[in-house]
Design a protein around this ligand. Structure first.
Ligand SMILES: *Cc1c(COP(=O)(O)O)cnc(C)c1O
Length: 360
């Protein structure tokens, strides 16, 4: 019997893709971000389900190689570029688009013999102050790259928002204006918006947008759930009840005895724990969906199990299905209770969780 399982609904994914496209002008390209094994959803399956994506993006070259090995033919953008000359040669050979965000990468590009012309995106620091070239360095980078004679087509521009998920932030508008001004003299493709930018900052769309979290049906903005934006959750994390136990009032449950029942009740034991990537920090009361209703987690999360209070009138049976997050329990809600963001929850599922794909 399969217990811990992440069911990936590829038709929900395609619907989210279409919805995000509809937020953009017709000629705006959509780059589907597949880093981190498509945020834990399986990059190859997600790529195959999105034949109309103009481009894919990943963070590490190994992730791009995996997609090419699976016969994914769209252009693949390396969001952080290549970290050494050998990787750059591989990128050129496999037709990846590389990013250049620092002097070392520029020098590697100039000095490394490449099998063919390679597409380059110059990363600009418009305010995140993590990666990227400063405004007064752009023209030097452009002229050195052009002089190298190795760039395919026109050099593109990429930058990243630090606060787009916070609609009240003034930083987003400032970053947008800097990006606009800095790239205005150049003809290349421009991309700035992540999911929050796509949904909330139409002025930030430029030539291409980069959709990550929203593609998976999860709201990018804090204090929202995807469904409010008509996004459908792609992942359902589920498992099974492996025990239903009579439990006496005033008795504790689990490690540290950190939950005690105030009444006679039934405790359900679910085969899902932090060994599957479910957060150990989930507090008592975190919602779980079972047989048409929400029940609270009761007691500490173990490595392989968690316990829920099924209530005194429970009729649930061993083998019944339990949803930890998905349509009925938004992963955004679990993330909030745990004090993290949904990105972390979906990406940290372990190998033990079986991925099942539906509506291919
Ligand atoms: C991860 C990432 C994205 C996607 O961000 P979401 O918030 O998941 O849409 C876009 N651009 C860059 C550079 C990224 O690293």
């Amino acid at each position: 019997m399969i217990t811990a399982e992440a069911v990936i609904d590829l038709s929900a994914l395609r619907n989210n893709f279409t919805l995000l496209k509809s937020h953009c002008d017709n000629d705006t390209k959509l780059i589907a971000v597949l880093k981190g094994d498509a945020y834990g959803h399986n990059a190859i399956q997600v790529a195959r389900a999105l034949p109309h994506a103009d481009m894919f993006a990943v963070s590490r070259i190994e992730e791009a190689i995996e997609l090419r090995a699976a016969d994914i033919l769209q252009p693949i953008l390396l969001l952080e570029g290549c970290f050494c000359p050998e990787d750059l040669q591989l990128a050129a050979q496999l037709n990846f688009h590389t990013t250049i965000h620092c002097l070392e990468q520029l020098q590697d590009f100039e000095q490394t013999p490449l099998m063919q012309h390679t597409s380059v995106w110059l990363k600009l620091d418009t305010g995140m102050h993590r990666l990227g070239v400063q405004a007064d360095e752009i023209s030097t980078y452009i002229s050195r790259l052009e002089k190298s004679g190795k760039v395919a087509g026109t050099i593109g521009f990429i930058s990243h928002f630090s606060c787009a998920d916070d609609l009240n932030s003034h930083s987003t508008r400032a970053q947008l204006e800097r990006f606009q001004t800095q790239t205005q003299p150049y003809p290349g493709m421009k991309t700035l918006a992540n999911s929050a930018g796509i949904l909330c900052w139409p002025d930030a769309h430029f030539d291409a947008v980069r959709a990550g979290i929203a593609l998976y049906g999860i709201a990018p903005s804090i204090d929202e759930v995807g469904q409010q934006r008509h996004l459908a959750p792609v992942m359902t994390l589920q498992s099974k009840l492996i025990a239903v136990r009579r439990h006496q009032a005033n008795q504790p449950v689990g490690y540290g005895e950190n939950w005690t029942s105030d009444r006679d009740t039934y405790i359900g034991v679910v085969a899902m724990g932090y060994g599957d990537g479910y957060p150990r920090s989930a507090p008592n009361g975190t919602p779980v969906y079972i047989n048409g209703r929400i029940v609270p987690i009761a007691g500490r999360i173990s490595m392989d199990m968690l316990t829920v209070d099924l209530g005194p009138n429970a009729t649930d049976q061993v083998g019944d299905s339990v949803e930890l997050w998905g349509k009925h329990v938004p992963v955004e809600q679990v993330a909030k209770l745990v004090g993290t963001i949904p990105y972390e929850l979906v990406i940290q599922l372990t190998r033990r969780v079986v991925r099942t794909f539906i509506n291919e």
